[in-house]
Design a protein around this ligand. Structure first.
Ligand code: NCD
Length: 335
């Protein structure tokens, strides 16, 4: 059979780069890694897998989960880490350009994971590394309002697992609620929808926070059905999953979020009965008031599991990036 070579899984910059094959592969790899991690022997094996690699965690925007899950993913694989979490402690304060700083990291480490408020910086860094022929992959761990590709991957994994008994993600209706305009998590997830069959999206947001045109044009181009509404209650019964996000007011220019009435865009226990019995409730976290804490005990609330899936998906990302996946997928430990 004439097989197309698979696109290389090297820099991780934006979700448009992923096709269905790689998404399925990463989900299977994540599940296999979790099986390894259930035994002491498996954990010891994982800890040796990338013990010859070093990672730079460059996180100059606030982060709890993404930072900790990448850091723990490194620990699971034996990867040594260095970190910068505050640009004011780096030579940027001496006037060094961000790209020069990033070039410096590439002198010391084998992979750079970066979260920045700037959009497009991960792409520029990847271009620079390619140009100077440094084989150091860049992983975008959140680039301003634009993209959060590794979050989208863990979201796909969480959805696939939640719908395991129901044919997976294909054919499902997914609602997204909150700050869709500036939410990089929902934006990145939207770009992945073209890889699944017969998807429908429902964007639930006040007008000021509705999804941007770039995403809508992309969805139209790929024939992914979507519609917009301000009415959570009428949308809920048709949803297989709802993905809720917080208002991203750190990107406000002059406090404009304060003027928006968010009262109708909150999920409480009263909404549980409107959802399908197999419905899935997700949130990238951190949450504020958009999901009541009483919802947490409902088995359909998957956000804490989603958070934990993030660590395992990030282990899988490194394993795949450093081409160790065959050792996991065909390793004797799974027999
Ligand atoms: C998200 C982010 O940073 O974009 N958090 C995360 O990575 N889990 C969502 C958010 O901050 O609202």
């Amino acid at each position: 059979m004439d097989r197309q070579p698979k696109p290389e899984f090297f820099h991780i910059l934006r979700t448009q780069q992923f096709d269905r094959a790689i998404l399925d592969e990463l989900c299977d790899l994540t599940t296999a890694i979790r099986k390894f991690a259930k035994t002491r022997e498996g954990l010891n094996y994982l800890r040796g897998l990338l013990a010859h690699k070093r990672a730079m965690l460059y996180f100059t925007q606030p982060s709890t989960r993404t930072f900790l899950s990448f850091n723990n993913a490194c620990q699971i694989l034996g990867i040594q880490t260095s970190e910068i979490r505050d640009a004011s402690t780096s030579s940027e304060v001496k006037g060094e350009s961000l790209l020069d700083s990033l070039r410096t990291f590439s002198s010391y480490v084998d992979v750079v994971v970066m979260r920045t408020k700037e959009e497009g910086l991960a792409e520029s860094a990847a271009e620079l590394f390619d140009h100077i022929k440094r084989r150091v992959p860049i992983v975008n761990a959140g680039s301003g309002r634009d993209q959060h590709p590794t979050q989208a991957l863990l979201d796909i994994y969480t959805l696939e697992r939640s719908f395991k008994e129901m044919g997976g993600i294909d054919g499902k209706t997914i609602g997204m609620m909150g700050d869709l305009r500036r939410g990089r998590t929902v934006r990145s997830l939207c770009y992945l929808m073209k890889n699944y069959r017969n998807m429908r999206l429902v964007f639930i947001a006040p007008e000021q926070f509705q999804m941007e045109d770039d995403i809508k044009i992309h969805l139209q181009h790929h024939g992914v059905e979507f519609h917009e509404t301000k009415d959570l209650n009428s949308a809920l019964p048709e949803l297989d999953a709802i993905y809720i996000t917080r208002i991203q007011d750190e990107y406000d220019k002059s406090g404009e979020s304060k003027g928006v009435d968010l009262g109708k865009f909150k999920f409480g226990t009263e909404h549980l009965k409107m959802m399908k019995p197999h419905g899935v409730i997700m949130h990238p976290l951190p949450r504020r008031e958009e999901i009541h804490t009483d919802v947490d005990i409902d088995p359909r609330a998957k956000y804490w599991r989603q958070e934990r899936n993030g660590m395992w998906m990030r282990v899988a990302i490194f394993v795949k990036q450093f081409k160790m996946d065959h050792l996991i997928m065909h390793g004797h430990l799974l027999d």
